[in-house]
Design a protein around this ligand. Structure first.
Ligand SMILES: C[S@@+](CC[C@H](N)C(=O)[O-])C[C@H]1O[C@@H](n2cnc3c(N)ncnc32)[C@H](O)[C@@H]1O
Length: 215
């Protein structure tokens, strides 16, 4: 399965890379809203997981943070590097299930519009890695409607252009997934009316009172 997934994702984003920025134009306001979730005067370190063409990484860099953007797709990162005008951001080609960083290296790890581009098991491995390298994380993705009819309409529309893993992602609850990985949601906000959900989370401690069986 893994090999198929990597081949599929590299092929999928290799094809979309040249037009991705244009397609993602409606999301322009989201990148700033996400960056505004972090309110720090310090030169903190932020990892942008599955950075794609780097727009979210640039929104962090503009605020003076030290940013690393990581992605599997060389084609997506090539566009990011071409657009980059900041000295405080760099990009690495790497797999988010095996991040080349030490434990707790970052202050924040952010993943936007990417957990949905992974099979269920890979999604888990990526969250494990985010938890390992950073105490706080930000997760950004579509806000999937709760009612059956709305959800069906939403999924039928988004599946026209999303990866083949999207249907599985949309069936599941993002908050439950974060809870399973022992993250506590600190802040929740919405963008593009309520089409996009932004969650700022903190890693629960293994010490002290356990809040669920895994944490
Ligand atoms: C829809 S794009 C999102 C890009 C960017 N975060 C944004 O918000 O525009 C999803 C990205 O996830 C990347 N990706 C998927 N699986 C990955 C993995 N295991 N490791 C690193 N990147 C991955 C893809 O290559 C693609 O660039």
């Amino acid at each position: 399965m893994d090999e198929n997934y990597y081949r599929y994702i590299r092929g999928f984003f290799g094809k979309w890379a040249s037009v991705y920025n244009f397609i993602a134009l409606p999301l322009t306001g989201i990148w700033n809203k996400v960056a505004d979730m972090i309110d720090s005067k310090a030169k903190i370190k932020i990892l942008d997981v599955c950075s794609g063409t780097g727009t979210q990484a640039f929104a962090f860099a503009k605020r003076g943070y030290e940013v690393v953007g990581l992605d599997l797709s060389r084609e997506m990162l090539r566009i990011a590097e071409k657009k980059n005008k900041y000295e405080n951001v760099r990009f690495v080609v790497a797999d988010a299930t095996k991040m080349p960083f030490e434990n707790d290296y970052f202050d924040y790890a952010c993943i936007s519009f990417a957990l949905r581009d992974m099979p269920y098991e890979v999604r888990h491995r990526v969250l494990d890695e985010m938890r390992r390298v950073s105490r706080k994380i930000i997760v950004v993705d579509y806000h999937i409607p709760k009612t059956k009819l709305h959800r069906r309409l939403h999924v039928s529309f988004t599946s026209l252009y999303e990866s083949k893993y999207y249907r599985d992602f949309a069936k599941r609850n993002l908050e439950d997934l974060l809870q399973e990985h022992c993250f506590r949601i600190l802040k929740e906000t919405y963008g593009l009316v309520d089409f996009v959900k932004i969650l700022l989370c903190e890693r629960k401690s293994f010490e002290g009172k356990q809040e669920n069986t895994n944490c």
